[in-house]
Design a protein around this ligand. Structure first.
Ligand code: CTP
Length: 406
């Protein structure tokens, strides 16, 4: 699992997975693993059609428990209340892949199969990830059923586009598994950031000197991506202003790809007025090389400087400082600090100089390009804490909880 998606213990501890008949049914096995790695226990129901593609034994071997296959006298999970149990123990129901037939049953409340019964008796959050032939997906009957389920609050992870197993091109393939994995976690997570709009800047910036060369740093954007995803899991609307090479983000997050620091400032400034909080994790280049006289879009040739040359660097705008300076009083600002020494004093200094509500600082060797992080956090009310050896997803979760508590 990518480091920015490796959340653990984000909410309700039990998820029920429904699997329908589809070539993509085998992919549900990966989802079981991924949710388990996130600290979630998973039970499953395989429809009769799903059992033509995958076996209950495989799900059981991966630790899904119980695995239901039929009502009442189920050899896998014998119980007279198999149709009610997921609703009694699980906080989220995810059906992936969801077939056109099961979607129609759910929309009609037609409880003639075990999974449809369980869905009807389920009161927690529901998510469906459809997979089917493109003509079946785009059919008005399927679209009407999807609209009905959406109206009832069911989250729909839209199928992807491309070539389907039947050889046709179009929309119908099971979505990227990361989308489904995250939709399951979001259904389990507290929605304590619902109604809040958060902007996150992340990754490096790239300062071009000529048409080919640029000045940058090795930031991967993992920390900022973890903050963006954590906020989205908690119900926030997220605007991610992403430098080059930053990680994949779910479709529910608005992504603004940028190159240089000036470009990042422009994109951030356009979304900032609509946001309630800004988390500035980007490793913005503080200086840009001044392009050679003949213009920055051409390639500088070896013959242009046979004896070598000096490069002059001009300062870049400070994005955090610029946006924090004229914010509305209720807008919260969280900055990061990457230091090579004197971490605590630098964090306290940046809290004041940047007019931030909170600064999260780390030493370069503790946080740059690593999965884990040790950070020192300080806020404007004088509260200070050290968080040692946490995953970046845990740091992200904690800092958002801190922000909510202010
Ligand atoms: N930052 C920014 N724009 C810049 C420089 C930094 O928005 N041009 C933000 C970063 O995203 C981070 C905070 O300011 O949230 C601190 O960044 P850092 O690189 O630690 O410090 P600098 O302000 O660049 O100062 P210095 O390099 O002197 O430590």
């Amino acid at each position: 699992m990518d480091a920015h998606l490796a959340f653990r213990g984000v909410g309700g501890p039990h998820l029920h997975l429904g699997v329908c008949g589809s070539v993509a049914a085998y992919r549900a096995l990966d989802l079981v693993r991924q949710w388990q790695d996130a600290g979630v226990s998973v039970s499953a129901t395989l429809t009769p059609s799903a059992q033509k593609f995958v076996t209950p034994l495989t799900f059981a071997a991966l630790g899904a428990a119980p695995v239901y296959t039929a009502p009442f006298d189920d050899p896998q999970a014998p119980s007279p209340f198999a149709h009610l149990e997921p609703g009694q123990v699980a906080q989220a129901l995810v059906i992936a892949p969801a077939s056109a037939a099961t979607i129609a049953r759910l929309a009609q409340g037609q409880a003639d199969e075990l999974l449809a019964c369980q869905a009807l008796a389920f009161r927690g959050k529901a998510v469906i990830a459809p997979a089917m032939n493109p003509a079946m997906w785009s059919h008005p009957a399927t679209q009407a059923n999807i609209a009905t389920l959406r109206e009832r609050g069911c989250a729909v992870v839209e199928p992807g586009c491309g070539r389907t197993a039947c050889g046709e091109e179009g929309q119908g393939r099971l979505a990227d598994l990361r989308e489904i994995y995250l939709a399951g976690l979001r259904a389990l997570a507290p929605q304590d950031m619902e109604g809040i709009r958060v902007m996150v800047t992340l990754g490096p910036t790239r300062e071009h000197w000529d048409g080919l060369r640029f000045w940058t740093n090795p930031s991967t954007g993992t920390m900022g991506a973890a903050v963006a995803v954590a906020a989205w899991l908690r119900g926030a609307r997220v605007e991610a202003v992403c430098g080059p090479g930053t990680p994949w983000l779910p479709a529910g997050i608005a992504r603004h790809n940028v190159g240089s620091a000036r470009h990042m400032l422009e994109a951030a400034a356009s979304v900032w007025p609509q946001c309630d909080a800004g988390v500035f994790t980007a490793a913005v280049a503080d200086f840009s090389p001044v392009p050679p006289a003949q213009g920055g879009d051409k390639k500088f040739k070896k013959s242009d400087a046979p004896d070598g040359f000096d490069v002059h660097f001009a300062p870049n705008p400070d994005i955090l400082k610029t946006l924090a300076a004229d914010r509305r009083p209720e807008q919260k600002v969280v900055g990061f600090a990457a230091e090579s020494q004197n971490l605590e004093d630098s964090v306290r200094g940046k809290l004041v100089s940047k007019k931030a509500d909170m600064i999260v600082g780390n030493l370069l060797q503790d946080g740059f390009g690593t999965a884990d992080n040790t950070v020192f956090v300080a806020d404007a009310s004088g509260r200070e804490e050290r968080w040692a050896h946490l995953s970046k997803t845990d740091v992200a979760w904690r800092l958002l909880s801190w922000l909510l508590s202010r």
